[in-house]
Design a protein. Structure first.
Lengths: 1042, 301
């Protein structure tokens, strides 16, 4: 696959590509003596036309831009050795020869002429927005592209946040109206960090230092981003006749929103006027680009010390910008104290009082009352009355904070809100939900609404009096409260309309989840009985744990029993739930135990999972719930709708004898793809519940598969996910829409009520409201919870069952057939043994990936079931912020995985193999330990087996198997050592229906024997008879997933 | 400029200058802030609009080679039509030490003065302070300024003097302390004195001057400190292709919190007083900033 690189040059994004099909170096020209000094064409750079065609296939506006892009050529300085440029690490050549120079080659910079495709302005933004889609056009992004994409996002943020000013600049002999970024404070720091992280490959075109290159790219990208947000002219159309010569300010404003920013200069008068305007605007931009210092002036709102007082103060202080907890009050500064506290924060020779005063002088432009306070010779605070304090809370404070000043508000300012409190009481003597024989959403409960602050109810008469006084801030029970007049009125009206009474539990549940009135927030709910359990969001802890059902062949840990009781409780109420436990906590067995616990005669459960997990579910069900009748509805030869209906009705599916009065299957496993295609057939059947595993597959509510699984009717719905759903609100909405349709309201209203306030404005109220609505239906336990850790063993070992793709299966079958035909010809023991071992190796490579066996450098995604699972598991590990070790026997497979996973996972992926020099090895180990972000360490087993201490990892993955427990354990122990307190999860990958599964079974079933015979490696296999070999190696039909 | 020029000197073209001090303002009046306009008003009170206009174009063309501002005088070199630049000197009566002491006491009596000056603004109330001490801050008339130029033109102010005045006005715009320095107290000296008054008699004895502030940061800021050097490309061969941060870190850097007030820059730094079809540029742009922020959903994860 071609590797695409980006570089910012000549005010445009220039893309170029390395092509693995081209030779590493030019054939030496005959008779050539000394190489010429002029740069020659890069030997394996793709032609610009080819690259443009490739990019034109990108979806959306990026492809559009590529079709209009300009071909060009750049001369780049690239690391080179042996007469040719070195390939980037992402380039995989068919001749699996390790990239990189030989030990004798001296690497140095050399100049190469490289064809590029250039994108200016908006086109560059489009292209950089599609870096993630390069896989779709069979290309890989080099390290420079995610980097430039981050710059583009930064530029967009600057434009959208209004951190831009318009200027008129000289360009191409005329002028142009441009939006320029204003980088101050935190933005300047971000820009410096980004400049420091610029890959050297982005600087290959010229001598500019990273900072200037970055500034040049930001200028262009910010301007383009601002224009995309401003499609319409800022001035209304001129009425009447347009004069032949428009004044320059008007021309300037018009050109701020047009695609072409350029303005021609025709006459000397034009030149004069344009130059004048340009200078004024430039001075303006200069004024706005004040460098932010290491300390800043800070304003703190202090409430009256006298409980009945009206004497508010906004106190001044100096605050360290780096560590905001370092603060010295103005009073101390005036007394000449405290400056040392700020320590090195204060630049040498700067007077702290003057720093404070400079901030106050600037702040006075936004905070009118400040001016009066400055009449004092040594001001330490502004005095405000209550309305003034309210104004500071609401307006001035946020304004000052936005301008880069520190602003500290009292704790209550965000929290203590006035709102409604709902109390409900069950009518029957209250009891725990499990002891009550029957309960349901139709039960009647008594309810009453009250006004409350926090969890304290208030006297409405008193509040009515306060409302009459129209004071925005009042002190209630010793606590200050913002009294929004509109809220208060709405709440009082609501109380009048809703006197105490009775309602059904279902109504109470709805009322307890959401504020009844947009103007009056719900601040507290006090409910008893099962309703209280549910609304508390701690139902799993309040319910009595349900022990594992009889049909469950395994043990449930205590927290898993709580999970089972939670799932059963919601199911009995006909409510859906999201089980979002951390990976490795056993979502699968909790679900299986729930299915096993259902009473005889129940309808079957439909389980929808990614294709790569079908085999895993099948194996886990067979192991933990052997009595369940499991039907896999998958593959090309799956049953049609009628047959499936007949099967479920007749119950002659499995070889086991059907039990009396049961339908034909308890659990039907299918994939998202099949569920989408067979939606009509599946919807016609009766299901006890529908379960979506890896529910992030339905995070986009508009996709076909999301619509399909939502359309299947069921008494209850469960979503399983290991990805923290609460972090992405639109995902959460979509998954909740599956489990509890309508609960979160229509998507658009959800966006307005929750997503925008929370994600855009950081509203804690909205976050609390969303939590209240969702917490009864989401159960998420973290493996770091103390109670969970105590339930877990230090080392958890699990198998990951993978399917083969059709391509893998045919390669596998061909390899086995080839061996069986040749083994008869093997004349002696040695050649026979060699043949068996070579076949074993080939089969393991097929199980890893077709490209691993073929060694042809072909593309990776979508061709291997094992790789699909590896990607999914690594994504979960990264999402949880953990580090993982990933072992493979094959260095060449590691070399294929490294760039692929690095691009896919967005986290550092290190790779250590037998050829890694000692020094580099040590650096890697140290890097891995010290990284404070998730990371993956790929190790080829032999290299990883000895002498490395990698205890930073909490996950160990064995992608392929050595079939030698001792070697695998030794590798695992790199992560699991004495002194390592973390729980470590160990996953061993096994392809179902292949030799991997059979050998794994042998090891598991005859642990003793296996250790004896397998202990020495794979040699024992060579001793097997042909018949035995055939049965060990043959591919069984359930190996393939699609 | 096609003036019908009478008398002597004959119309002449000035020698072109590279690297002179160019007035930023390219149009209309020079001097944006009220205090520099007040200074220019004195110059304009001479009523010699032709010379002043020539002085403005001199200032804009960068004919003022350099200038130095010190107690009571500004000296400058202006490139005219002769090869040798003319020497220009503009004198003003500095305050006496006693006057300064009074002014300083008054300035120290309200934090407002220092706060505004340090924030780059001349506090309006300062006029009153100087007036009360009997020495107005701004010259009232031509008689308050001693203007000399080595050019053969006998009229005062000549275009060279005018050019220097305009450059000076822009300097005052940029740094209001400069005007006070001209009257006899440089920024550091003044701030030190005010600090000493603030510290009170206790500290005034044996008060040690704090180390001199690093040379004024203005102008050296670069763009957000982005002018740092980096390792030469030849030393980056090991990690030539990869960014110094993981993609997740890069994206976290690129992500920035929402701003509640998209037009904050506009409010903090009012745009130049330019009219667009009868409206203030500020009002026209306010709508643009609102649009920029509309419906912004934050960068995608």
């Amino acid at each position: 696959m071609r590797v695409i690189h980006g570089i910012w040059a000549d005010e445009a994004l220039c893309l170029w590509a390395e092509d693995p099909a081209l030779p590493r170096a030019h054939a030496p020209a005959p008779g050539a003596g000394r190489p010429s000094r002029a740069p020659v064409p890069h030997p394996f750079a793709a032609q610009a036309g080819e690259l443009a065609d490739l990019l034109a296939a990108l979806p959306g506006s990026a492809g559009e831009a590529a079709r209009k892009a300009v071909d060009d050529e750049l001369t780049l300085h690239l690391p080179s050795a042996g007469g040719g440029p070195l390939a980037s690490p992402e380039l995989i050549r068919p001749d699996a020869d390790p990239a990189g120079p030989g030990p004798r080659d001296r690497v140095s910079l050399a100049r190469w002429r490289v064809p590029v495709v250039a994108f200016a302005g908006a086109a560059a933004l489009d292209l950089l927005g599609s870096v993630g889609s390069l896989g779709d056009v069979a290309a890989v992004a080099g390290g420079s592209l995610p980097y430039l994409a981050a710059l583009a996002r930064f530029a967009e943020g600057l434009a959208f946040r209004g951190r831009v000013l318009p200027v008129l600049v000289a360009e191409d002999g005329g002028y142009a109206a441009r939006w320029r970024p204003v980088l101050d404070g935190a933005d300047a720091q971000r820009a410096r960090d980004l400049a420091a992280a610029m890959p050297a490959s982005c600087r290959a075109a010229g001598p500019e230092p990273p900072g200037l290159l970055l500034a040049a790219a930001l200028d262009c990208l910010t301007d383009a981003a601002a224009r995309t947000r401003l499609p319409a002219p800022l001035l209304s159309a001129r009425r009447g006749r347009t004069p032949a010569r428009l004044p320059w300010p008007e021309r300037f404003v018009v050109a701020l929103t047009t695609t072409d920013a350029r303005l021609d200069v025709a006459t000397p008068q034009d030149e004069e006027e344009a130059g004048a305007l340009a200078a004024e605007l430039e001075a303006w931009l200069d004024a706005a680009r004040i460098p932010a210092g290491p300390v800043r002036t800070c304003f703190r709102l202090a409430e009256p010390s006298d409980p009945d007082g009206d004497h508010w103060r906004v106190e001044f202080a100096l605050q360290s910008a780096e560590d905001p907890s370092l603060m010295v009050s103005a009073a101390d500064l005036w007394a000449g104290e405290g400056a040392t506290l700020l320590g090195s924060g204060l630049a040498a020779g700067r007077d702290p009082v003057e720093e404070l005063l400079a901030g106050l002088g600037a702040g006075a432009r936004l905070f009118g009352e400040l001016e009066d306070a400055l009449r004092d010779p040594a001001p330490a605070a502004v005095d405000l009355d209550t309305p003034g304090a309210f104004r500071f809370l609401k307006e001035t404070g946020p304004l000052l904070a936005g301008a880069g000043f520190g602003v500290l508000l009292p704790d209550w300012a965000r929290k203590a809100r006035l709102g409604l409190k709902l109390t409900t009481r069950t009518q029957s003597p209250s009891g725990s939900s499990v002891t009550a024989p029957k309960f349901g959403l139709g039960d009647l409960v008594n309810f009453r609404y009250e006004l409350a602050v926090g969890d304290q109810a208030l006297d409405p008469d008193q509040l009515a009096e306060l409302a009459r006084l129209k004071v925005p801030l009042v002190r209630l029970r010793g606590q200050w409260v913002e009294l929004d007049e509109a809220h208060l009125k709405a709440a009082l009206r609501f109380l009048q309309r809703n006197p105490p009474g009775t309602m059904t539990a279902g109504e109470a549940l709805a009322a307890g989840l959401r504020a009844p009135d947009d103007a009056a927030p719900l601040v507290d709910v006090d409910a008893d009985g099962w309703l209280g359990d549910l609304l508390s969001g701690q139902a799993d802890r309040r319910l009595a744990p349900v022990s594992a059902p009889a049909g469950f062949a395994g043990t449930l840990r205590p927290y898993q029993e709580r999970g089972l009781s939670w799932l059963a409780f919601l199911g009995d109420l006909g409510l859906g739930g999201i089980l979002a436990d951390d990976m490795g906590l056993g979502k699968t067995i909790q679900l299986l135990s729930l299915v096993a616990a259902q009473p005889p005669g129940s309808a079957p459960t439909l389980l929808v999972c990614p294709m790569s997990l079908v085999g895993n579910w099948q194996r886990e069900a067979a192991r933990f719930t052997p009595n369940l009748r499991v039907h896999v509805h998958h593959g090309a030869d799956r049953l049609d709708g009628d047959s499936l209906a007949a099967l479920l009705a007749r119950g002659d599916d499995p070889p086991r004898p059907p039990r009396e009065g049961m339908t034909g299957a308890d659990l039907v496993i299918t994939s998202y793809g099949v569920a989408t295609r067979d939606q009509a057939a599946l919807s016609a059947l009766t299901w006890a519940r529908v379960v979506c595993d890896e529910a992030q597959n339905i995070k986009n509510h508009a996709t076909k598969q999301s619509r399909a699984v939502r359309a299947v009717p069921a008494a209850a719905r469960i979503a399983l996910t290991g990805t923290p759903v609460e972090n992405r609100l639109s995902d959460l909405w979509s998954i909740m829409e599956f489990t509890n349709p309508g609960l979160l309201g229509p998507a658009e209203r959800f966006r307005e009520t929750y997503a925008v306030p929370i994600e855009r404005h950081g509203s804690e109220d909205a976050a609390a409201a969303l939590k209240r609505v969702t917490q009864p239906f989401v159960l998420r336990r973290l493996k770091t919870d103390k109670t969970i850790i105590s339930d877990l063993p230090d080392k958890q070992e699990m198998k990951v069952w993978c399917n083969l793709t059709a391509e893998q299966a045919s390669l596998y079958a061909a390899t086995v057939a080839d061996m069986l035909s040749r083994i008869e010809e093997a004349t002696d023991d040695i050649s026979r043994r060699g043949l068996v071992l070579a076949t074993m190796a080939k089969l393991k490579q097929v199980c890893n990936h077709p490209a691993h066996l073929l060694g042809d450098g072909s593309r990776l995604p979508g061709r291997s079931g094992k790789l699909a699972r590896l990607e999914e598991i690594c994504e979960e590990i990264v999402a949880e912020g953990d580090k993982a070790l990933c072992f493979t026997q094959y260095a060449e497979f590691g070399r294929m995985l490294q760039p692929h996973l690095a691009a896919r996972l967005d986290c550092p992926v290190l790779f250590l193999h037998g050829g890694t020099p000692k020094k580099q090895r040590d650096t890697m180990v140290e890097t891995f330990a010290s990284l404070d972000e998730p990371a993956l360490f790929l190790l080829s087993l032999k290299a990883g087996g000895t002498g490395l201490n990698l205890t930073a990892a909490s996950h160990v993955i064995h992608v392929d198997r050595w079939w030698n427990p001792a070697v695998e354990d030794q590798a695992t122990d790199r992560a699991f050592r004495i002194g390592q307190h973390r729980n470590v999860q160990v996953r061993k990958f096994v392809c179902v229906g292949t030799l991997e599964e059979r050998i794994d079974a042998m090891i598991e079933e005859k642990k003793q024997l296996a250790e004896r015979i397998v202990g020495t490696g794979e040699a024992w296999l060579t001793e097997l008879s042909v018949a035995d070999l055939r049965s060990v190696l043959a591919l069984s039909p359930d190996a393939v997933s699609a | 400029m096609s003036a019908r020029w009478e008398g002597w000197p004959p119309p002449s073209r000035p020698c072109r200058v590279e690297g002179g001090i160019k007035a930023r303002s390219k149009r209309g009046a020079i001097g944006e802030q009220w205090w520099s306009r007040r200074f220019i008003a004195v110059l304009e009170s001479y009523g010699m609009s032709g010379r002043l206009a020539r002085g403005r174009s001199y200032a804009r063309a960068g004919q003022v080679l350099d200038f130095e501002l010190s107690q009571g005088k500004v000296t400058a070199r202006v490139q005219g039509s002769r090869v040798r630049p003319y020497q220009v000197r503009i004198g003003i009566l500095p305050l006496t030490t006693a006057q300064w002491r009074t002014v300083q006491e008054r300035l120290a009596s309200q934090a407002l003065f220092r706060a505004k000056l340090l924030a780059g603004e001349m506090p309006r109330e300062i006029e009153e302070v100087f007036a009360d001490c009997g020495t107005p801050l701004f010259p009232h008339s031509a008689g308050d300024l001693d203007m000399r130029c080595s050019c053969p033109d006998w009229e005062v102010p000549c275009k060279h003097l005018a050019a220097v005045c305009y450059v000076l006005a822009e300097e005052f715009d940029r740094d209001p302390f400069a005007m006070l320095a001209w009257r006899g107290r440089g920024r550091d000296e003044l701030l030190t004195a005010l600090r000493a008054i603030q510290a009170g008699p206790r500290a005034r004895a044996g008060h040690e001057d704090p180390p001199r502030a690093a040379a004024s940061a203005a102008g050296t800021a670069g763009r957000a400190g982005l002018d740092g050097a980096a390792a030469p490309l030849g030393e980056c061969l090991e990690s030539f292709w990869s960014p110094g941060l993981s993609p997740a870190r890069l994206r976290a850097l690129a992500r920035a919190p929402e701003s509640a007030t998209p037009d904050l820059l506009l409010r903090m730094f009012p745009p130049p007083p330019v009219q667009v079809r009868g409206k203030d540029l500020a009002d026209v742009l306010a709508a643009a900033y609102q649009q920029l922020a509309d419906d912004y959903q934050g960068p995608e994860l």
